[in-house]
Ligand binder design. Structure first.
Ligand SMILES: [Zn+2]
Length: 396
């Protein structure tokens, strides 16, 4: 058993334990292993993290070979997300200036910055994504950010450093933001998106969002503010996140990172605020789950879902939650469909995931299992020629 560590943000060593969950198997190219996620909340600064953290070697093997972005979002929703990100970040950068995206995936966001006249650079760990970026002529460093060769020519050269849903993955957010601090000019900006515990209240299962193998840290607006100050940034503003469970913010570089946490001051009740947010999210989930079960019972009665050929649209957490409901025991699911090509051909809860084109428009009843993109998926299904009476919307 690895040792517990001190809080990376404030140096404190007493925690409130949020919970511990064991998971059966995660697969990388060469091995498969069981793992435990044990989450704690620092009693002083309120940051939530896995303690002990996951094994770095296994994490790296997972990221470089197996990690793919999850989600059942239709392409137009994905495009909307990327544009929303770029729109906000472009407030802080001018034409001809340099933009660095850490964790730049296939280079889509950097491509938008280039179209708007900025000079894009990236850091990316997934080898297939690095090839995609290079195919778009985007200069990208292949590997973990920790391996990025910092030098005089590479420091203080960016006007904007951005990263989207990366901060929760790193083994030290303080080191990560200090790295961002070294890349960006004084007066330059960082734009960041990260899951927000405060927003989990509106999501399907806060527990599923908290206990994730690759998420080492979880934040709220309060802990982000402390983290930014520790790393030499001043919070400028929060903006709309591209994800319902996320927060999006910009911060300006005002100094070097603080050399220690000792000079950091913050309100004494931060951890209470964070724990209350977690509790509220869990209570609100129980309420919504009850409502979903009632709706499903009603649908089974009225639309005889238990006698239909049912296809589920969406192969993510929503579907896992749906399939665990007792009401679903009487419904036989033919297959699951998803717009994400990486998911097609795999199993989700032992049910095969196919392309939406596999749906038999004249036969199948389609249950949309996505709260955030229900309307977009509904439109997509109508466009495919599926009659509205064959489509089940659970959330509206
Ligand atoms: Zn702390």
């Amino acid at each position: 058993m690895k040792r517990e560590m001190k809080c990376v943000l404030c140096g404190h060593d007493s925690y409130e334990i949020i919970g511990e969950k064991q998971f059966e198997n995660i697969r990388t190219k060469n091995e498969s292993f069981a793992f435990t996620v044990r989450l704690v909340c620092c009693k002083k600064c309120g940051i939530v993290f896995q303690n002990p953290l996951q094994d770095l070697r296994k994490l790296e093997a997972y990221y470089t070979t197996m990690y793919r972005e999850e989600g059942c979002r239709p392409p137009q929703a994905v495009e909307k997300e990327f544009n929303l990100r770029a729109e906000f970040a472009c407030k802080f950068v001018k034409k001809g200036q340099r933009v660095m995206e850490i964790g730049c995936a296939d280079g889509t966001t950097l491509g938008i910055f280039r179209n708007r006249g900025m000079i894009p650079y990236g850091i990316e760990v997934s080898k297939s994504n690095v090839s995609l970026c290079r195919g778009k002529n985007i200069e990208v460093f292949s590997g973990l950010y920790e391996k990025y060769p910092l030098s005089k020519e590479r420091e203080l050269v960016f006007d904007l450093v951005c990263n989207y849903f990366v901060l929760e993955h790193v083994v030290s957010p303080v080191k990560f933001l200090s790295f961002c601090n070294r890349l960006v000019n004084v007066g330059g900006t960082v734009c960041i998106e990260v899951p927000d515990i405060g927003a989990y209240e509106n999501e399907e299962s806060p527990s599923d969002l908290l206990f994730i193998y690759e998420h080492q840290f979880h934040f709220t607006q309060e802990t982000i503010d402390i983290l930014l100050r520790r790393c030499g940034f001043k919070l400028l503003e929060f903006a709309n996140s591209s994800q319902p469970f996320g927060m999006h913010f910009a911060a300006r570089k005002v100094s070097c990172p603080l050399s220690s946490h000792r000079t950091l001051d913050f309100p004494s009740n931060v951890s209470d605020v964070v724990m209350k947010k977690i509790k509220r999210a869990e209570e609100s989930f129980v309420k919504r789950e009850t409502m979903l079960r009632e709706k499903l019972s009603l649908l089974i009665k009225r639309r005889k879902l238990d006698k239909k050929t049912v296809v589920i649209f969406g192969a993510d957490n929503h579907t896992k939650i749906l399939l665990r409901l007792p009401e679903f025991k009487n419904i036989s699911v033919k297959f699951i469909v998803d717009n994400n090509k990486d998911k097609q051909g795999i199993l989700c809860c032992n049910i095969p995931v196919c392309s939406p084109n596999t749906i038999d428009c004249s036969m199948d009843t389609v249950i949309i299992s996505s709260r955030s993109f229900e309307s977009e998926i509904f439109e997509q299904l109508l466009g495919m020629g599926i009659e509205p009476q064959r489509i089940v919307r659970l959330y509206s």
